[in-house]
Design a binder for this molecule. Structure first.
Ligand code: ATP
Length: 329
């Protein structure tokens, strides 16, 4: 096992009204795709923003560590963060229009990232921006360098965002629902592009998604979140073959079609009866109100993440057995 590139340890995030991410831990290894999956509101995006230290107003890291390449980003000084962000750690979001400047030509925006982080001259930055646009599949890149974001379709804008995000060859790209706003064929093309770039540039990808089809096809490992906590993490193959947490099992059971084939692509995570909101105010396992396997002890305290096997952890006292051993990180 390689040493992790990113180690998130016991990360806890809150707003003035309460804690929304409770002691989340996961690793991302060099060159791999790790999927962070969960239904809307479970805390995926807030976790991603916390990794970049770009939390919305009012939100605060209340505890834990985010060790990236040996530096604790949760405690790093602003100048150190500025240097890391956009250079070795990059973020792409669901809707590129929120990240692109509408009044600047797209080529110039890509060039600007390289000029800021690598201090290269104007001409070299332009040349490399055109190469990057070609790399992400923008045809006639030299001419399109001077086009504005509104001249591009949604899928092409996402390609431009990806070009900008990988301009400085990051070691880790965080992609927060990168294809949710796109139609299905374009989604597949953009995910394929991300995977190609991951291999070509040797970067790792933290892929945030609510789509199990995307996880099955593109991820090496998966971390499932529920109500601000990690409930299961495993390599993708054992996860899909033998999911252990009742929430994960519910997600996968429900995605098998009448023909007996798995249909992950159309699966939405909110089809299990009940809602995350029903966990509010619960003292025990946040999934207990919706859980088919719950026993009385589930109501006592949130279960700890427990090792079931190599790299396979579950936070469920029923799945883990009562004589469980806490995960030793
Ligand atoms: N700006 C904000 N102010 C207050 N609460 C917020 C804010 N942003 C997120 N939250 C809360 O934090 C929790 C986690 O939200 P987050 O956006 O991380 O969920 P998510 O899993 O990414 O969902 P989605 O897939 O819908 O984006 C939710 O309860 C949400 O209501």
């Amino acid at each position: 096992m390689t040493y992790p590139l990113l180690r998130v340890e016991d990360l806890t995030i809150g707003f003035p009204y309460g804690t929304v991410v409770h002691g989340v831990s996961f690793d991302v290894h060099p060159g791999e795709t790790m999927a962070l999956v969960g239904e809307s509101g479970c805390g995926k995006s807030i976790t991603a923003f916390a990794l970049m230290r770009l939390l919305p107003p009012g939100a605060r890291i209340q505890g834990g560590h985010v060790i990236f390449d040996g530096v604790d980003l949760a405690a790093a000084a602003p100048h150190a963060l500025r240097d890391i962000r956009g250079r070795s750690l990059s973020l792409i979001l669901q809707e590129p229009m929120t990240s692109l400047n509408p009044v600047l030509p797209i080529g110039m925006q890509i060039a600007e990232v390289m000029r800021r982080h690598e201090g290269i001259g104007k001409a070299a930055a332009r040349r490399r921006s055109v190469e990057l646009l070609e790399l992400v599949g923008v045809t006639d890149a030299d001419r399109r360098y001077d086009d504005f974001p509104h001249h591009f379709s949604g899928g092409m804008r996402q390609r431009v965002m990806i070009a900008m995000a990988v301009a400085c060859k990051p070691r880790l790209l965080i992609a927060d629902e990168p294809t949710t706003a796109l139609d299905v064929t374009i989604q597949a093309q953009v995910l394929e592009l991300l995977d190609d770039l991951r291999r070509q540039l040797g970067m790792a990808v933290l892929l945030i998604t609510h789509d199990l089809g995307v996880v099955a096809q593109w991820a090496d490992r998966v971390t499932v979140m529920y109500a601000g906590r990690v409930v299961e993490q495993a390599p993708v193959r054992p996860f899909f073959a033998t999911p252990q947490h009742p929430y994960a099992r519910g997600l996968l059971d429900a995605s098998v079609g009448h023909d007996g084939e798995a249909h992950y692509t159309t699966r939405r995570l909110n089809e299990i009866p009940g809602s995350i909101a029903s966990a509010a105010g619960e003292a025990g396992c946040p999934f207990a109100p919706r859980c088919p396997d719950r026993i009385a002890a589930c109501r006592r305290a949130p279960p700890v993440l427990t090792a079931l096997g190599p790299d396979h952890n579950v936070a469920c006292i029923v799945a883990a057995g009562t004589d469980h051993v806490a995960v030793d990180r």
